[in-house]
Each structure stands twice: as C-alpha cells, then as structure tokens.
Design a protein around this ligand. Sequence first.
Ligand SMILES: Nc1ncnc2c1ncn2[C@@H]1O[C@H](COP(=O)(O)OP(=O)(O)OP(=O)(O)O)[C@@H](O)[C@H]1O
Ligand SMILES: [Mg+2]
Length: 637
Amino acid sequence: MGRIAQLSELVANQIAAGEVVERPASVIRELLDNAIDAGATKIDVTVSGGGLTRMEVQDNGCGMDEDDLVLSIIRHATSKLRTMDDFRKLHTLGFRGEALPSIASVSHMILRSRVEGHPGGIELRVTGGEKIDQAPIGMARGTRVTVEDLFYNTPARLKFVRSLQTEVSHITEVVTKRAMAYPAIAFTLKVDGKLTFLTPGSGDLTSVFLSLYGADVTKRALAVHGVRPDLRVHGLIGAPQDARTARHAMWFYVNQRPIRSQALQYAVIEGYGTALFKGRYPLTALFLEMDPALVDVNIHPSKLEVRFSEEQDVRDAVTRAIQAALMTGLYIPDLSEKESPVDELLQLRERPHDDAYLSKQLAISDADGVDRMSYSASHHVQDSDAGGYESQSREGEFRQTCQVYTRVQSASSSPSTPLGAELAEALTRTPAREQTVSQEPVDDLQDRARLRPIAQALTMYVVAEDDEAVYLIDQHAAHERILYERFMKMAGAGTTQEQELLVPLTYSLTPAAFLRVMERITDAKRMGLVYEPFGEHDLVVRAVPLWWQGIPLDRMVQETIDTFLEDEGADQKTWEKRVILRACKAAIKANQRLSMMEMQALLDELSTLQNPFTCPHGRPTALRIGRDRLEKEFRRR
Ligand SMILES: Nc1ncnc2c1ncn2[C@@H]1O[C@H](COP(=O)(O)OP(=O)(O)OP(=O)(O)O)[C@@H](O)[C@H]1O
Ligand SMILES: [Mg+2]
C-alpha cells in the first residue's frame, strides 16, 4: 500500500493558516484587505480580548451572493485572479484565495454578506473550517466577518501570542497603516468597547496624519511630490524635529499596499541628509505608484515585502523627492499658535462620540485639509532640476530666486576665518538685503533678509525682528550652518585646492588605523589632504585643503583620521560631508559677544543660505514668535 495520500482540505488549510495567520493582527489585515478590495467607503473594526476573544470587520463594499459566500471559504477560490497574466497586472490587495479559508480553519467564524439588489443577506457559520450553518438574514449592503476564539484548535500557536496589549498594538498598527493608504475610506477601530481611532474618510491624507500624530506634528509636516514617467512618489513627511528614535513610523506603500523596505528607509534618510540627527528616523507616509509589473509582491507570505526590478532607480527617486520637499518646504519653528483647520480637525479626534458635531467637522475637514496641503504644494516650488521631476507652479519665480542666491553665495565663498573676523569680512560685502530689495519678494526666503538685530541674549542668542515677529537665533547653530554651506560649496567645486604646510605634521597610528588611513590615500588627495607613510606606522601630512584655513589644523587632521576609522567603506561623497561637519564644529567658537554689526552680518548671511533653519546636525537655528502670539500672551486681544 502506498504511503502517500492527499491532505484533507481542512489539514491543508490549517497548515496554510500557519503562514497566513500568525497572530490576531494578521486576521485584521486580511479582513481589511478584503473590505478594501470590495470597494468599501466605510470600514468598522471591533476587537475584544486582544483579538483572541472576538474580532469583527464590517464594510459597506460590494458584498457576496450566496454562491460566492460559500466559495469564499474554499481554498484557492478567488474573484481577483484567473490567470498569471492577471497577476502581472494585479490591482487588488488579495490574490491567493487563502485568507478566509485559513482564518476559518483556526477559529469560529461568522460571515454575513449582502450584495446590491438582493432583498436580503446570507449568514454562514463556520467552525474549524467546517460549515455548520447557512441562513438568510436582513442586513445592509456589504460584508461583516466575525472571528471568535482564534487558535482555539491550535494550542501551539496560541502559546506564541504575546500579551493582549501587544496584540492590540499590532492590530492598531495594521488598521492605522491601512487608513493612511486609503484616506477616502472612513475607518473606525473599537477596542474593548472604546473608540480608539477614527478617520473621516475625506480623501485627504492630512486628516489621517492628524488622527495619528496630532496637530503640532501635522502642521509641520511637508508634502512630497515627485513624478517621473514610470514612477510617482508622493505623501507626507514629518519635520526633522519630529523624527523618532526608531524606524517604526517610517511607512511605505507600493501601489497602496503597505510594505516594509530597508532600501526605502535608507533612501529617505539620505534625502533628509544633515537635517536629521544620527539615529533619528523621520515620520513618513510615502506612496510609490508604479507599473505592477515592475514590482513583485509575492515574495513574502504576509505580502509585506516586495522586490523592485529597478531598485536603485526607485531609491534615487525617493531620495530626490524627499530632498525637494525639504528644500522647498523648510520653515522656521513657529511659536505662534494660530487657529487653523488642523485644530478643528483635531477636536474631531477628541470628541468622536458626538454625531452632530462629527458630521459638521467632517464637512470642514474635507475642504480645509485639502486646502492646506495644496497650499504647500503650490507655494513651495520644486527644484526643476530634480531629475525629471514635474515641477510645480511658479517655476519661473523660483528660478529668479535661485539666481539671486547664486550671486550672493559666490560672493561669500571665501575661506573660513574665526567667527569675529568672518563676520567683519561679511560686512565688507554687499549685504544680501540690498541685492534683493529691488525685487518683489518672490517667496519667504527673501523676507528673511529683512531681519533686524535688536540685542544679544545670554551671549548665545541673537534677538531680531521683522515687521511681524520676533526671532531668537542660536548664533552658534547659525554660524555652523553658514560654514557648512560654504564648505560644502567649496568642496563641491571640483578642483580642490591644497595648501602646502611649511612644517609637516606627523602622527603615530596603531597598525590597524595606519592601514585604513593608507587605503584612503587617493580619496584624501582628491580632497586636498596630502600625506604619506613615514616609518612603520607613522604618517606625515604635507598639505591640507585650502578651505581648512582658519580652522585648527591639528584638530582637523585628527578628526579626518577618525572619519576614516569610523566610516569604513563610505564613499568619497559621504566621507567628505562628514569631514565638513567636523570642520564646522572645529571652526566655531563658544560663547562670544557680538556687536550689532556682527549680528546684522550673521543675519544677512543666514538669509542667503539654502537651508537657514537647521544647523548641519538638525537642530533648529531660529525660533519665531509672531505678533499674534505676543498679543495673545499679553491679552491685548
Ligand atoms: N469583505 C468582502 N466583500 C466582498 N467580497 C469578499 C469580501 N471578503 C472576501 N470576499 C470574496 O471572497 C474571496 C476570498 O477571499 P480571500 O481573502 O480568502 O481571498 P483573496 O482576497 O481573493 O486572496 P488572499 O488570500 O490573497 O487574500 C475574495 O476573492 C472575494 O471575492
Ligand atoms: Mg483576501
């Protein structure tokens, strides 16, 4: 007698369930995907006992008729795919026909569904994958799936479930991630009878961001728009200061499917560049829209990982889109708390139970939320050189601004000197203000040139004003930023000039360090740092980059050697950037009194920078307190 027999449908389903249904959150994920694929505009999720006791997902989608409902719990039965050709053009989240049978095989499940035009719905009760009852019921169009006693018949799996709270947090993550991808669907999540999350379904991404991160973060968020012929990158990203210490808030979607991708995380972090502290991860809700044929979604059982056929291209596009968003959308942190549509939306979150209030707020959120983002999209113009990205409106004006900037900046490209001397030197140049004054202000970059110094506070902050606000400027952060941009410009100029040392510097290194430093001898030469081996492990430095002038040389050489040791394998560009960061640190002086003239020079030069509002390490350089806020604080209004 043969030893081989076909597994029963039930056993096969339970085995498949091991992959598909890892924990309660996997059930929610699959049920949400089905509701979304069914075209729902409202999805309500209810959970109790960490999802183990009961989970329910109700939608107002297309529903299933009696035949389909019965088929839906049969393995490999799907309405979403017929041939492999369909798979290549896939636009639905589901495609395997495995989710419902897998869930049904490890729980008590009740499916209720009604299609448009049918007088009533059908209820199907399934236990451990076996249909036990089927009956007509009255219900509205859509589907409601209830899953009770998950893993009741697979005790081994139950053991792997962590605390109920952990499971709830996984479920919340699944729901919020889906909600972000589908702002036009109104989601609610109720956990143990309490409404914990809701989105208005207004179609506006900002409203979902707000539901998740609150008003302050949302007000500071930046819109990303990058379009190339074969790829669209869009979404919202948090300001550098709102970055988190872990990656959990970096969300990515490919064709609206939430995915995990280290490659995209790197691409985003690269896009933020020095605006971000090391070890900080920005909030992102980034959407990639591309031809489904260029991305494989079938490499992971829970469909979380994807493979791009042109990964490097995708990475570059993301980095550029982030850079463009940050370049055009940087702001000064504003202490003025103006009432804004975002505040109103926020109240929605705080008072979700009041229905009349809710519908009023929903009406507002729709128009206002969209307004806000479209404002930032059209107001902040993209760099038209960003590799084929579609530039937004006002391109001409932006170019004009760029020209002014180039002029001012090239005037300032002189080697660095200590702060006082440098400011004095800055004063001998034509102030940026005069160059821009003849032009209509084309964006707020130029408005900044009108800052007037009032005083220096605590030998650290320049107090300044324009017609509408008072500013506190961290003089050292600002100076560091000025030096950084200047050095970057000089280093990026291509031919780096070197300065020969009258007295060569010698260093004694450990054998390992010596080897690494020697490996980098040509990279260093390209930057203007010339050295050679001396004796067994010693190093003699003969020339340094010209732009190091005014920076303590000994310290710079040490710092540069450190970058060789720390950034093993880093490419030339990354490494140079690191050296420049260190140079900026080495060049600025702590606690220094500034004269009015020096302060004015600092403000003027700051106003010419590409990114005046964060120092190279991502700290803010300036705070703004608006007239409104002052009037409010002093009860003048
Ligand atoms: N909420 C729903 N509304 C309407 N139809 C549904 C719903 N849920 C499931 N279905 C139908 O049942 C079928 C089976 O669902 P199931 O989730 O098992 O497979 P799938 O979604 O096709 O693929 P996958 O296993 O990748 O999720 C679906 O193809 C769909 O036709
Ligand atoms: Mg499915």
